[in-house]
Design a binder for this molecule. Structure first.
Ligand SMILES: [Zn+2]
Length: 222
């Protein structure tokens, strides 16, 4: 029955048939297409992630970094001769995703230098094996698994940065310097986090030389 005393108001009927208070947020959420979440989403985007590393990881898992093997496919459209170019890190292998992450002789030194501190001691230096390991623990809240994602993200970021520096400038760092900057970056990030008090986390704090005041009884990570 029509209620003449009540004020008219705008409502939005959702696709499930529920009447909701009208707002652009509700309308957008209802009309947009929502595809299934990709399995690597939590590897690229997670609460503790470093945004610029996430962006690089996103390109990397989609194999969209503009390596020279990719650019070769565009060669017919331009004059550049990419056949003459090779990996700027080792100057012998191809400039490709698989080579740079981390099959290259130089990049593999980086991987072997950081994997131990991130619970990936047994993971070999191929992107397929590293990605498979991360996918197995993508949703895990355990400190080691979150640190693993941070370390892989930082390693990929700094290897790619070093590759670009060597291609486009005269800047050059050795493997030990890169390992140091990767571990320092992750350690700085860990300083901003809080950890649940467990024996496993105690080991993590010792391993990363983190102060015990990062421990809390209840928190996001443990
Ligand atoms: Zn190389």
């Amino acid at each position: 029955m029509l209620n003449t005393d009540a004020q008219d108001r705008i409502v939005w009927r959702s696709r499930e048939g529920t009447d909701m208070e009208y707002s652009t947020y509700v309308v957008w959420d209802d009309i947009r297409q929502v595809p299934d979440q990709v399995p690597w989403a939590c590897i690229v985007w997670f609460p503790q992630a470093i945004p610029r590393h996430s962006f690089l990881m996103w390109l990397l898992v989609c194999k969209k970094l503009k390596t020279q093997d990719m650019m070769c496919k565009w060669r017919s459209a331009g004059n550049a001769n990419y056949n003459l170019m090779c990996c700027s890190l080792c100057t012998s292998g191809p400039d490709s995703h698989d080579h740079l992450f981390f099959e290259c002789e130089f990049a593999s030194q980086i991987w072997y230098g950081v994997r131990e501190k991130s619970g990936m001691r047994s993971i070999e230096n191929t992107w397929e094996k590293i990605l498979n390991h991360l996918l197995q623990h993508a949703d895990s809240k355990q400190a080691t698994h979150i640190i693993g994602k941070l370390v892989v993200g930082a390693s990929a970021y700094f290897v790619w940065q070093e590759r670009n520096n060597r291609l486009f400038s005269s800047k050059k760092r050795n493997a030990a310097q890169l390992i140091e900057v990767i571990l320092m970056t992750v350690r700085m990030k860990l300083h901003t986090m809080k950890f649940r008090r467990t024996s496993h986390v105690n080991q993590v704090l010792l391993e990363w030389r983190l102060p015990r005041d990062l421990l809390m009884d209840q928190d996001k990570c443990g």
